[in-house]
Design a protein around this ligand. Structure first.
Ligand code: LLP
Length: 444
């Protein structure tokens, strides 16, 4: 699903494979996405600006629905959430995975059916749980023993709440240490190795107000191989069989989490979602039959793979300078709208848009405007040798975990989000203004 169908380039062999499928070259070095010229978006809405291709998001949701027809596909809202995103995901038939009252309330206020929402979180606040109960969230995924009594106590006298248990299956996978969550020694989930997962299951089964529907695991993020998922699945089925043996309960659901890796630059590896679906399905059938168990309903929770490749960040160049051997190209955003390079060493492939280059490419380092040397958006990338202040550069694959992790550093304000679709551009989230920032500061 990560291989975009790109119209033939006018000339040259530019690789647009990581761009949205709707991307087309335009005259004088321009690019259109969703039928809208990116330079025009920069002009009309200002920079930095995040562009989201609605068609690409919808198409990615459909790819998941087609690949997993009998499974539940829950979009992981932490990757990016807005009211429009909620609507697209709902219209395409996906459920939702949220991890805070904030995400939950936004989704329900935008009309998403609460029963199709799953609430996660390793440290759910009283407000998270209150909001989940009030709105009638479908399932709550229990991540620590203390939550069992807290959730049971929060349920009304006649109420019942569906829950799952987050299990650590002991698998190391993921694009960076900070996003590997499948092994003991990190903060998420309950371990199978030390028996805390089994212990939590026994306690939940003893709570009449809690209905245990199944087990959950999320082994990590930006995983590009199918294999770790298959190993995790076998272990999860093994645990389900042991629960059946110990308690006589056959759990009807198995949620394998998200983490499906995407290509950020041409040539990067990406997870093949269709292959993942096929192999999970057959592994599930084999493991369940070996354990003499009925096949549980599978769930997956992709975030990045739904929205990442649908987003393009546009920045305007503010300064160009040579320092030693390095050409620094400084733009009007940076680590406050995209902390991923600084956090995970993430690599991107920016491109000049809006005019034809008049010089051969040269190696440059794209940096942000923030007050630290680590504010580097893309090191060692090729840009035209004549890049200059005022030019606009576009960074593809910017739809996931950029704006959702944006900060208020240096009080520059968070960028807006503009949807492009069938030749039209519309504002989804407005720019955070200095007035917004000032209004929160109420002390004397
Ligand atoms: N389900 C659970 C329980 C999760 O914790 C996550 C992500 C997902 C699903 C979705 O994972 P995805 O399919 O998007 O990889 N900020 C990092 C990624 C952190 C992922 C956190 N959990 C990044 O920018 O790479």
């Amino acid at each position: 699903m990560t291989t975009a169908v790109i119209p033939a380039p006018e000339s040259g062999t530019e690789d647009l494979s990581v761009w949205p499928a709707s991307t087309a070259r335009h005259v004088h070095g321009g690019l259109t996405v969703g039928g809208v010229e990116l330079a025009e978006v920069a002009e009309r809405f200002g920079t930095p600006v995040y562009v989201l291709d609605e068609g690409e998001v919808r198409e990615r949701c459909r790819t998941y629905r087609d690949a997993f027809p009998e499974a539940e596909v829950l979009y992981a809202a932490k990757a990016f959430l807005s009211r429009a995103m909620v609507r697209w995901v709902q219209e395409e038939g996906l459920g939702l995975d949220v991890c805070s009252a904030g995400e939950l309330e936004l989704a329900v206020a935008a009309g998403f059916p609460p029963e199709r929402i799953v609430l996660h979180g390793n440290a759910k606040s009283p407000y998270d749980l209150e909001s989940a109960m009030r709105l009638g969230v479908g399932r709550i995924v229990i991540d620590s023993p203390s939550e069992i009594a807290r959730i049971a106590a929060a349920i009304g006298p006649d109420g019942r709440q569906k829950v799952m248990v987050r299990v650590v299956p002991g698998i190391s996978a993921g694009g960076h240490d900070k996003i590997r969550t499948g092994t003991d020694g990190q903060k998420f989930g309950l371990s199978v190795t030390d028996g805390s997962a089994q212990h939590a299951v026994a306690r939940i089964l003893a709570q009449p107000r809690l209905e245990l529907t199944g087990l959950h695991c999320h082994i990590g993020s930006q995983i590009t191989e199918v294999k770790p998922y298959l190993t995790a699945l076998r272990r999860m089925v093994g645990l389900m069989a042991r629960i059946r043996d110990a308690h006589g309960r056959v759990l009807p659901e198995l949620d394998m989490g998200g983490g499906h890796g995407i290509a950020y630059r041409p040539g990067d590896a990406a997870l093949d979602v269709t292959a993942l679906a096929r192999r999970l399905r057959s592994e599930l059938a084999v493991s369940c039959s070996a354990a003499g168990m009925p096949v549980p309903r599978l769930a997956v929770e992709p975030g990045r793979a739904v929205v990442g490749p649908a987003g393009v960040a546009l920045y305007r160049i503010l300064a160009v300078k040579h320092t030693g051997d390095t050409l620094f190209v400084a733009v009007d955003g940076g680590m406050s709208d995209n902390p991923r390079p600084a956090l995970y060493g993430a690599r991107y492939a920016p491109r000049l848009i809006g005019r034809a280059p008049a010089a051969a490419p040269r190696t440059a380092t794209v940096v942000g405007r923030h007050c630290e040397a680590g504010d580097v958006l893309a090191a060692g990338v090729e840009l035209p040798g004549d890049v200059r202040p005022g030019d606009v550069i576009a960074v593809p694959v910017s739809g996931a975990y950029q704006l959702s992790m944006a900060s208020g550093y240096n009080m520059v304000g968070r960028p807006p989000v503009v949807a492009v679709h069938e030749g039209g551009a519309r504002l989804l989230v407005r720019r955070e203004t200095l007035e917004d920032l000032r209004r929160r500061d109420i002390g004397a």
